[in-house]
Design a protein around this ligand. Structure first.
Ligand SMILES: Nc1ncnc2c1ncn2[C@@H]1O[C@H](COP(=O)(O)OP(=O)(O)O)[C@@H](O)[C@H]1O
Ligand SMILES: [Mg+2]
Length: 204
């Protein structure tokens, strides 16, 4: 079957093979090989676990196979558009942002921190009008309010960097979606603190 390299990132190579997407963590030359192998193995496993748990909550690619030896995850290829490329062109950005906020709330309520919430890690599928979250490579399990607030802070910063024209509206709408979280108020209060800390750091 024809294989096509989608991306050769810092951590992984992504290959499209028919309807599947292979995410293979490749060796990093500068790391001691034993450590390198350990890290790649644990990250592959962790990403797999997070994907499996998230799958019961929101739209994520389904995992076909995970291999410790090859350090790769074979998953469903999501046919759609990356939100980093097309959020600014979507008439229905409001609905999309609401869904993003709801997705984050569902993950957080189940103790999943995505860790890399950017629009590059979200795929919009027009058919069914769904936002898929991908790339749980920096994710982890936590019930701490702080971790959830930082996760939200990250997406705000990512939006500001990538979609500066409309980022305030995007973020506001994401927070509207996030209201379904059982700890909404507490997390929002913490987010304000996280942001004050950020400003303080910039000043001094
Ligand atoms: N399941 C998938 N379906 C379609 N495209 C994907 C899928 N997983 C990853 N991609 C594409 O590959 C890119 C990199 O994948 P990602 O998991 O984000 O790796 P990285 O850790 O290198 O950022 C994504 O931005 C997306 O374009
Ligand atoms: Mg990514």
């Amino acid at each position: 079957m024809q294989e096509q390299i989608i991306q050769q990132g810092a951590e992984a190579i992504l290959i499209k093979k028919g309807e599947e997407l292979i995410k293979r963590r490749v060796k990093k030359g500068y790391r001691i090989s034993e450590l390198d192998e350990k890290l790649r193995k644990s990250r592959t496993r962790k990403e797999f676990k997070l994907l499996e748990k998230a799958r019961n909550l929101i739209d994520v690619p389904s995992v076909k196979k995970v291999s410790d030896k090859e350090m790769e995850i074979d998953m469903e290829f999501i046919e759609g558009e990356k939100l980093s490329d097309n959020l600014d062109n979507l008439e229905n950005w409001r609905g999309v942002c609401l869904q993003i906020g709801e997705n984050i709330a569902k993950l957080h309520d189940a103790g999943i921190i995505h860790g890399d919430l950017t629009t590059s890690n979200m795929i919009w599928k027009e058919q069914g009008k769904k936002v898929y979250f991908i790339d749980f490579g920096l994710g982890f399990f936590s019930d701490r309010v702080e971790d959830k607030a930082v996760d939200l802070h990250l997406i705000k910063e990512a939006l500001e960097a990538k979609h500066f024209k409309n980022f305030e509206n995007y973020f506001k709408t994401i927070l509207q979606g996030y209201k379904i979280s059982k700890n909404y108020k507490e997390i929002l209060r913490r987010l304000e603190r996280v942001e004050r800390r950020g400003r303080y750091k910039e000043q001094y």
